[in-house]
Ligand binder design. Structure first.
Ligand code: NDP
Length: 325
């Protein structure tokens, strides 16, 4: 197998890269600068023969991926697109794959639960169990008013699946819709200020806080661990039955109280720092929404680790980064 991976130095991308290399896959990792390429080479030095790097400074520029996609000696069979903003500017990546990498048989895209549910209107989500049949009902006109929703909603239908119908490429498409992704980092992060958004939220609210602070609001309380999400991407590389499917990847619900309870029980350094709240009291709203990840379990064999494993390992790692700063 020969995979081209965008966003390879990101939080999720680095986990996918690591698991692909562990499965002896050859990967071309796409990053935005030489400094980021050097950092990735250092992190994955033990896999040097399987890894080459390409630099695409601006993925929204016309022809951005043309050079990165050329690989005559060992043509790509899979393109994994984790870089955000996703398919900004008209499915550029899909067009580039079609035009310049005819050998690609599958394009795998890291989308988001934001393409599934109307996250800005949580009241409308009450009690619903989301599946792959659901789409955020936001219209393009509404989406352009709201930058944070734009990519998720727009790419969902207009850009990804319609491409298959209208362009009839040689590849099929697999997309993943994770909710919040929390968990340990696979790539080197030297400073807390370099954390990705979701883990930064855990740091700010549960570590850089105080035991007497008010319990943080739940926000989007569905979550998944990046290692399980990465395993789903890697499984999709090897699973023909994943063809043209969309997958929800969700470990379950986690309230702020539960995160605090886990951290306070297992990470003694946080005794004075993680908000106490009301230990053991479920702080989820009545009739919470959920997501079924049955399709991913059945087709891709996805399993989920425990919330304890996710949050304790993440917190220990964040404390180490803090200590080193
Ligand atoms: P990170 O910020 O850690 O990684 C994002 C990656 O995308 C980095 O490699 C970054 O490069 C690259 N990137 C960002 N903007 C551009 C751009 N304009 N052109 C080219 N590359 C770019 O985020 P995550 O790993 O958390 O996210 C990966 C994907 O997963 C995203 O599409 C995100 O929306 C989606 N997702 C994430 C969730 C989460 O909770 N983390 C939840 C649901 C979906 P650089 O390092 O140079 O900035």
């Amino acid at each position: 197998r020969r995979v081209l991976l965008t966003g390879a130095n990101g939080f999720i991308g680095a986990h996918i890269l690591s698991q692909l290399l562990d499965r002896d896959v050859c990967v071309r990792a796409v990053v935005r600068s030489e400094a980021k390429a050097a950092a990735l080479r250092a992190d994955f030095a033990s896999h040097a023969p399987q890894l080459d790097l390409a630099i695409v400074p601006d993925m929204t520029a016309d022809g951005a991926y043309t050079g990165a996609l050329r690989s005559t000696d060992a043509p790509f069979d899979t393109f994994i697109h984790t870089a955000s903003p996703f398919l900004y500017k008209g499915g550029l990546a899909l067009k580039a794959v079609k035009a310049h990498a005819g050998s690609v048989e599958r394009v795998i895209i890291t989308s988001s639960f934001a393409a599934v549910a109307p996250l800005a209107d949580q009241a409308a989500m009450t009690g619903k169990v989301y599946t792959e049949a659901d789409w955020n009902p936001i219209t393009w006109e509404q989406a352009v008013q709201d930058e944070s929703n734009r990519n998720a909603a727009y790419q969902g239908r207009a850009r990804t699946w319609k491409f298959l119908e209208t362009e009839k490429p040689n590849f099929d498409i697999v997309t993943f819709a994770p909710p919040m992704v929390y968990g340990p980092l696979q790539h080197t992060v030297k400073k807390i200020s370099d954390l990705n958004q979701s883990n930064d939220r855990i740091y700010r609210l549960f570590i850089d806080s105080s035991k007497n602070a008010e319990l943080p609001v739940n926000g989007i309380y569905l979550y998944t661990d990046p290692r399980d999400l990465a395993a789903a991407h890697v499984s999709a590389v090897f699973t023909p039955a994943a063809s043209n499917q969309r997958f929800l990847i969700c470990a379950g619900k986690v309230s702020s109280q539960r995160i605090s309870d886990i951290l306070r029980a297992h990470v003694p350094e946080l005794a004075e720092r993680a908000p106490i709240g009301t230990p053991g009291k479920d702080s989820l709203p009545e009739n919470p929404y959920g997501a079924s990840s049955r399709r991913a379990e059945e087709v891709l064999g996805v399993t989920y680790r425990s919330a304890e494993e996710t949050f304790v390992q993440l917190a220990r790692q964040l404390l180490e980064i803090e200590e080193r700063e």
